[in-house]
Design a protein around this ligand. Structure first.
Ligand code: C2E
Ligand code: CA
Ligand code: CA
Ligand code: CA
Length: 278
């Protein structure tokens, strides 16, 4: 897997490099991509393991670069996050997601649609207002939308963030703490921002069935989540053993390759129809 990952990385690097030779930097490539709306949503189902039905899905961006390369977020999201370009990518992603899922008559029984944001985006009120406007104008209820805020990066102003979260909540939009345990202070964020949902990072799910000392961190996160009455979603679930361990410990909302990889819209459409029948 490492080798394949490396090869893909190399390939992407090569493609980008070829273009760089034509005097185009990643920066201008992203700007071009934004202009052409080359960013598309993939959808990964989140399962309620108690009844085996879809709880919802997470929207994960892919870059359909120059109409021929599908580039994964790791190759451009960190850069786009560092200079604000991410805001335009999210705008495009949200617009496409709302259009595609509206075409499925997405409703209450379909579940929650989760969209990724970095703290800086959440603190940008204008950006959030625009996002809310897009949602309200669509046929999908704001109650079915959630934003995942990663704690990999820090907030610059927690009070400001709290105010924006109150605004989003008033619109019916839920906010979840993403990558809980990996970054800057899950506990203080949860308290300050009055968050009610957290996503347990794959890093901790990976420790299930191993002797990794971080298994105790997983258990602590789960205990904390339970005690605080939080909704918990585990990500990166790849095996039956992991899924059962989590379920036995009360974490029944799960996401990972064990259930499904992120799917392009056409595939997600089929998955969704099947889920509606069951
Ligand atoms: P994330 O938010 O933690 O998303 C989960 C990542 O884990 C996704 O990678 C997903 O494809 C992958 N994943 C899910 N289940 C499994 C599994 O069972 N095994 C393994 N090995 N991986 C699994 P992806 O799609 O490459 O996205 C990587 C990261 O890029 C995301 O991590 C998120 O932080 C960021 N990202 C993706 N889309 C957006 C976006 O629209 N905006 C922002 N700000 N960040 C995004
Ligand atoms: Ca996420
Ligand atoms: Ca995550
Ligand atoms: Ca993660």
């Amino acid at each position: 897997l490492f080798i394949i990952g490396g090869l893909i990385g190399l390939l992407v690097f090569f493609v980008i490099n070829t273009y760089a030779k034509h005097q185009l930097s990643l920066h201008s490539l992203i700007i071009k991509g934004i202009g052409r709306k080359e960013f598309i949503p993939y959808y990964q189902p989140i399962i309620n393991v108690k009844n085996n039905k879809m709880y919802g899905c997470e929207v994960l961006v892919r870059w359909w670069f120059n109409k021929k390369e599908l580039i994964s977020p790791d190759e451009f999201i960190p850069y786009a996050e560092s200079n604000g370009l991410i805001i335009h990518i999210t705008d495009i992603l949200l617009e496409k997601t709302l259009a595609q899922l509206s075409s499925l008559d997405w409703n209450k029984s379909s579940g929650i649609i989760s969209i990724n944001l970095v703290p800086e985006q959440l603190e940008n009120k204008l950006h959030m207002r625009k996002a809310v406007d897009l949602i309200i104008k669509s046929s999908i209820s704001p109650k079915l939308i959630a934003f995942e805020i990663t704690e990999r990066m820090s907030f610059t102003d927690l009070n400001k963030a709290a105010a924006v979260i109150d605004y989003l909540k008033a619109q019916g939009i839920n906010v979840k703490l993403d990558d809980a345990g990996t970054g800057y202070g899950s506990f203080s964020y949860i308290q300050h921002l009055k968050l009610q949902s957290l996503k347990i990072d794959k890093m901790f799910v990976d420790t299930i069935g191993t002797f990794d000392h971080r298994l105790s961190v997983l258990d602590s996160i789960i205990a904390f989540g339970k005690k605080s009455g939080m909704e918990m979603i585990a990500e990166g679930v790849e095996t039956k053993e992991q899924s059962e361990y989590l379920l036995n410990n009360g974490v029944y909302l799960q996401q990972g390759y064990y259930f499904s990889e992120p799917l392009k819209f056409e595939q997600f459409h089929d998955y969704y129809k099947q889920d509606q029948v069951n």
